[in-house]
Design a protein around this ligand. Structure first.
Ligand code: NAP
Length: 235
């Protein structure tokens, strides 16, 4: 059984991963911008599941909230050994952006790169106390290749991939294993405006949760670093 911090767990891929992790018997600590959003969901701590779930406020743009989330997790569960970073934003910022879009570039950098960087850095000492820790990051195929003209998003995800590689190098001898999950389109709110492929043909958030479920069972000697999840043919 692992104790897992999951960011962006109130909806989309993070929500599916959290539900699956709970079903698999793990203890989950969910970092969400608005904890009230968890009320009435399957992940609301209730009698019976209260021992297994913690909800903490976390905003990827506020490093202080990462510290508080980590401290809350240690207070409740005494330790943790896994982080799954799902929090992220998508913007269509092109290479030839207009001046009013410059803020989007900064927002992408703050949320998609600095958010996980600060969170995992803050969690580092606790992670490496275990000789079997895991960091799983929702990157994207946009962090491996650039199709089309999504410069702002793609640059942020390439940078996130660089971060994942560095964390892997830093943690390897301490038993920490990193996986960058790189889907194409996943049927969540983030992909709601995509019309080049039908929603049912996209990867589903539950499928990504099946991947993380398997990853969490694998021993240190067999954890893949990069998983490309293709719902369409990559040329
Ligand atoms: N959907 C896709 O096609 C796709 C493909 C490849 C990779 N990904 C990546 O997968 C991850 C999850 O995406 P998704 O599809 O589940 O998207 P989603 O449904 O839009 O969910 C995004 C999640 O990130 C959270 N978030 C956004 N900004 C945040 C911040 N500043 N602090 C904390 N949480 C924040 C959101 O919380 P709020 O509800 O508070 O906004 C929400 O929980 C993202 O990193 C995304 O880039 C998605």
């Amino acid at each position: 059984m692992r104790t897992i911090l999951i960011s962006g767990a109130n909806r989309g891929i993070g929500y599916s991963i959290a539900k699956r992790a709970l079903k698999d018997g793990h203890r989950i600590s969910l970092g969400v911008r608005d904890p009230k959003m968890m009320i009435g969901t399957e992940l609301e701590p209730k009698k019976g599941s209260n021992e297994q779930i913690l909800i903490s406020r976390y905003d990827a743009n506020q490093p202080e909230s990462a510290k508080i989330w980590i401290n809350n997790t240690i207070s409740k569960f005494k330790k943790f050994d896994t982080i799954i970073n799902c929090a992220g934003i998508f913007k269509k910022t092109p290479f030839l952006f207009d001046s009013h879009e410059e803020k989007d570039i900064n927002d992408l950098w703050e949320t998609n790169v600095k958010g996980p960087w600060y969170l995992i850095k803050e969690a580092w000492n606790e992670l490496i106390r275990s000789d079997n820790s895991r960091v799983i990051v929702l990157v994207s195929m946009s962090g491996i290749r650039s199709k089309g003209n999504l410069a702002g998003y793609s640059v942020s995800k390439f940078a996130l991939m660089g971060l994942c590689q560095t964390i892997r190098n830093q943690g390897w001898n301490k038993g920490l294993r990193v996986t960058a999950i790189c889907p194409s389109w996943v049927n969540t709110q983030m992909a709601s405006e995509v019309n080049i492929i039908r929603k049912e043909e996209m990867s589903q958030p539950e499928d990504i949760a099946s991947i993380t479920s398997l990853l969490l069972q694998l021993p240190n000697s067999s954890v893949p670093f990069e998983i490309k999840v293709n719902c369409n043919l990559e040329k």
